[in-house]
Write a protein that binds this ligand. Structure first.
Ligand SMILES: CC[C@@H](C(=O)O)C(=O)SCCNC(=O)CCNC(=O)[C@H](O)C(C)(C)COP(=O)(O)OP(=O)(O)OC[C@H]1O[C@@H](n2cnc3c(N)ncnc32)[C@H](O)[C@@H]1OP(=O)(O)O
Ligand SMILES: [Co+2]
Length: 137
């Protein structure tokens, strides 16, 4: 795994948290993006080599809505950048981790993503992500 790509933080009110994190980090967010498949609205901030991803639920059955209901706002996941997500899925399954999907999904900020169940990773939800390569002629 190359580096921590982002930390995902579950928030109730994206607009209010955007203001808070802008004050905290001293920079504005560089994008807002909805990911309907996850039922989330995201906001990204750059912090050196890594990023902060704020996540607000768009639906009541979104993982973020469930998380906030059970645990309140806060750190939701740690995302690692990988060079070959399919190879990492196989490697981690062989190591005994519970990978939540065989096939990566399209996430936010131009990434293929997959998650490891927190029950197999000391209670921390882990995301793997790989940049989606754009076709060039
Ligand atoms: C925007 C796209 C992408 C990106 O590009 O960056 C994202 O970041 S999307 C982020 C939102 N999507 C996800 O989180 C998808 C992966 N998560 C899941 O599939 C589920 O949330 C889960 C982890 C499998 C749990 O789902 P489920 O079993 O249906 O929910 P429960 O609420 O019943 O939780 C069971 C159990 O797990 C604990 N839990 C849930 N979420 C987390 C978490 N983020 N970190 C740590 N632990 C978590 C939950 O508290 C329950 O524990 P117990 O109460 O002790 O049983
Ligand atoms: Co994420």
């Amino acid at each position: 795994m190359n580096k921590i790509e982002h930390l995902g933080i579950a928030v109730k009110d994206l607009t209010a948290s955007n203001t808070l994190f802008q004050q905290l980090l001293g920079v504005a967010n560089y994008k807002t993006e909805e990911v309907a498949t996850e039922g989330v609205r995201t906001s990204f901030f750059k912090t050196g080599e890594s990023k902060i991803e704020l996540l607000e639920a768009m639906t009541r059955d979104s993982p973020i809505a469930k998380f906030i209901e059970k645990r309140g706002e806060g750190l939701h996941h740690v995302a690692f950048e990988v060079a070959d997500i399919q190879a990492e899925i196989k490697r981690l399954k062989d190591e005994g981790f519970t990978v939540l999907s065989e096939t990566p999904k399209r996430g936010a900020d131009n990434k293929w993503v997959v998650f490891l169940h927190p029950k197999t990773t000391n209670g921390v939800l882990i995301e793997l992500c790989q940049e989606i390569e754009t076709e060039t002629e």
